[in-house]
Write a protein that binds this ligand. Structure first.
Ligand SMILES: Nc1ncnc2c1ncn2[C@@H]1O[C@H](COP(=O)(O)OP(=O)(O)OP(=O)(O)O)[C@@H](O)[C@H]1O
Length: 365
């Protein structure tokens, strides 16, 4: 845990970058510092690895005051990733990643194994990339190498300052997804500075919203989206807060039971039903498609009333409610099926359930 106790940073009399902040950054989670330009995010971050010293207050890592720790030991335990990476231009990718392990005097063979493992982890084929120079990399690739370098000596803490700020929006989303996957595996204590609210919502376990050197709200993205404590936070989260909140909610929590039919049987399975359509399954409960009950003649074989599903109309248990909504809008349907990777049908997500969720956000305002 990283604890800030009444921390202030004054650059000069006029510039108080951070004003008396007290908060706790939990271990093994990703905490985002967000806020407008100049609000003190980078200063807060750099005080953790002592690039900047606080004017007043204390920062404790697992109970130890950072100002009293040996600086080399402190920095060894903290990986650091910045925008535009800061890779050494004359060194290969491999040597860049090996910087800290070399300082720690690891054996050559151990370093080689680690570099290869890290390149794999960040999605770069070691054979093709290990010997490239930074200038031979795209922005996204360079950023991946930056992440690999920060992870090299397996530090428990990683500080990241706008790490994906300099890449195009599509690459940025891909990097965020990959990074989220890496964090799910490694569970580092990460402090991540951004001013991109979508990035914060996508990645954060906790968000600290900053303004004028203070933390206005420190909570989970869900809580900040549902209950912003003041107008600034409300406005900063954007007018589409309800939609953003949906992007944090997995469909798994809201799957509804719905009527199904065995496609190998006949119409008699249905009996009297209020449903306009039902999901059609095969013998092993795999989803085959759907059957239009209200417009099909029960004189014809059941299979003739079957409509097969398109891949993009099927949700997986880890899809979000926002994905469910956008797919419903694209396909013009009021409900979509949720199917496990194995093909097993779990139930459905309906538009009315999504409306209930967004309505509850509005009512809380
Ligand atoms: N070395 C410095 N000397 C004087 N003032 C500084 C220094 N570094 C930052 N500041 C000032 O401190 C305040 C906070 O800066 P900081 O870089 O922490 O903000 P930030 O939220 O990270 O901003 P941005 O999103 O623009 O990077 C700003 O007013 C900035 O101008």
């Amino acid at each position: 845990m990283i604890r800030f106790e009444k921390v202030t940073k004054e650059y000069d009399e006029e510039t108080v970058a951070v004003k008396d902040i007290t908060f706790e950054i939990p271990s093994r989670e990703l905490t985002v510092l967000i806020g407008p330009s100049g609000c003190g995010k980078t200063t807060t971050l750099k005080m953790i690895n002592r690039i900047i010293r606080p004017t007043a207050g204390r920062i404790l890592i697992d109970g130890s005051d950072v100002t009293e720790m040996d600086i080399r030991q402190l920095r060894r335990g903290i990986g650091y990733v910045i925008q535009n990476v800061g890779l050494f231009p004359h060194m290969t990718v491999k040597d860049n990643i090996a910087t800290v392990p070399k300082l720690l005097k690891w054996e050559r063979s151990k370093i080689d194994v680690r570099v290869e493992e890290l390149l794999q982890l960040v999605g770069l084929e070691p054979k093709s990339y290990a010997n490239k120079l930074p200038k031979e990399l795209s922005g996204g690739e360079a950023q991946r190498v930056g992440v690999a370098r920060a992870l090299a000596a397996d530090p428990p803490i990683i500080l990241m300052d706008e790490p994906f700020g300099a890449v195009d929006p599509l690459t940025r989303v891909r990097l965020q997804d990959e990074f989220a996957r890496i964090q799910e595996e490694l569970h580092k204590t990460i402090v991540f500075v951004t001013h991109d609210i979508d990035e914060a919502i996508r990645l954060a376990d906790k968000i600290a919203v900053m303004k004028g050197g203070r933390i206005l709200q420190f909570d989970t993205p869900e809580e900040i989206l549902a209950r912003p404590v003041e107008k600034f936070v409300h406005d900063f989260m954007g007018s589409d807060r309800a939609l953003k909140r949906l992007s944090r909610i997995p469909v798994l929590e809201y799957i509804e039971k719905s009527e199904t039919i065995d496609i190998n049987g006949g119409w008699e399975q249905l009996g009297v039903t209020k449903e306009e359509f039902v999901w059609a399954l095969d013998d092993s409960k795999k989803l085959i498609g759907w059957v239009d009950v209200s417009h099909s003649s029960r004189e014809l074989p059941l299979r003739e009333a079957l409509t097969e599903m398109l891949e993009e109309e099927i949700l997986s248990p880890d899809s979000t409610m926002k994905e469910a909504l956008s797919r419903m809008l694209e396909s013009g349907t009021m409900a979509l099926p949720v199917v496990e990777r194995s093909g097993r049908f779990l139930g459905q997500i309906s538009l009315s359930k999504i409306q209930e969720l967004t309505k509850s956000v509005r009512e809380e305002e």
